[in-house]
Design a protein around this ligand. Structure first.
Ligand code: TRP
Length: 335
């Protein structure tokens, strides 16, 4: 009896979600759409504007177009940016819910957490979340379950620190610069602490809660440490030009989690290619648009990481980038 009930309940659930997918599309009809005339409504929510998140979004939209999903033809994209404010994130996600979007794409962890918390019967596809399990977005990377899946930009703090030691071997104290409320940063900082313990380094914390605190936190760290480490943190990334200026004046190397932070003046990273990540996210979006259940789609990661360095920053702080690092680098900024 119990089993029968479970089967009936499961069937009802399946038909209910099929119904809601069919029902939540818009009424707009376009004869060129190639999608039965239906325009698919996609909401994109992004926590803040910084170069990396922008490039993910641009790559996502470009890949969709390449695969025949074009704005005004068969999709409509409603892009909203939260200006790094949690309350804006909630408002945006509530609006997407009321609009009954067919798919919500959430770029970066804070947006993904808001979308996953608000939207329970609309597929949520996150992009560039460093720690989707630790952030509570999915139960596991292989089997997300629920209505949420996406792409992760997990990187290794240990690999970045090994690179740091190749460039500036004499690091005894390392400053950890990050926003303590970004769960994407926490896991990476924990790994940094492990590395430091194994290598006899001391970690000094410099946490912030918003971009206006970044200058002060960087200044304070720069006077105490041999190098600064900043993970893939949205708040720091959005204030990277300030970090660069302060660190250059103090002649302190800043090792970071993402290529865009190196482009903005960080000294080096071992990072992933975010354009590739945007493309992967678009490929997953197309699968969901075509009826795949997000809960059944494993979270995708980018396995190849590459070295990015900034020559201008190195010159400004009086560091010589080793030849082998330069020749291994995928990109040398500031040449
Ligand atoms: N990984 C970040 C998160 O989980 C988002 C992100 C993507 C990011 N690219 C970045 C943050 C570059 C800083 C710099 O929220």
């Amino acid at each position: 009896m119990k089993k029968l009930f479970q089967i009936v309940a499961a069937t009802m659930l399946i038909s209910a979600s099929a119904l809601s997918l069919a029902a939540c599309g818009s009424d707009k009809v376009d004869s060129n759409s190639g999608n039965g005339g239906k325009i698919i409504e996609i909401g994109i929510v992004q926590i803040v504007e910084h170069p990396s998140l922008n490039s993910i979004r641009e790559a996502f939209v470009a890949r969709l177009a390449e695969k025949g999903y074009e704005e005004g033809k068969n999709i409509h994209i409603d892009y909203q940016n939260a200006q790094n404010e949690q309350t804006n994130l909630n408002t945006i996600c509530q609006k997407f819910k009321a609009d009954r979007k067919d798919l919500v794409v959430a770029i970066a962890t804070p947006s993904a957490m808001a979308a996953a918390g608000t939207l329970t019967d609309i597929p949520v596809l996150f992009s560039a979340c460093t720690d989707p399990v630790g952030s509570g977005l999915v139960k596991s990377l292989d089997k997300p379950g629920g209505n949420v899946t996406g792409t992760s930009d997990a990187v290794s703090a240990k690999k970045i620190m090994e690179l740091a030691k190749r460039i500036t071997p004499e690091i005894k104290t390392i400053g950890a610069l990050y926003n303590s409320s970004e769960s994407n940063s926490i896991a990476v900082i924990n790994e940094l602490k492990e590395f430091a313990a194994e290598n006899g380094m001391e970690v000094i914390e410099g946490t912030v809660t918003n971009t206006s605190e970044v200058q002060q936190a960087t200044q304070s760290l720069a006077s105490k440490v041999d190098a600064i480490f900043s993970p893939i943190d949205n708040t720091i990334a959005a204030a990277m030009p300030i970090v660069t200026q302060v660190a250059e004046n103090a002649k302190v190397p800043v090792y970071v989690g993402a290529d865009s932070m190196v482009a903005d003046g960080g000294l080096a990273t071992y990072g992933i290619n975010y354009v590739k990540l945007g493309h992967e996210t678009a490929d997953m979006a197309i699968e969901i648009i075509n009826g795949k259940d997000p809960g059944e789609m494993p979270v995708r990661t980018i396995s190849d990481v590459e070295i990015y360095v900034n020559k201008k920053t190195a010159d400004a702080i009086g560091v010589t980038l080793p030849e082998d690092v330069l020749s291994e680098a995928a990109q040398v900024f500031g040449e």
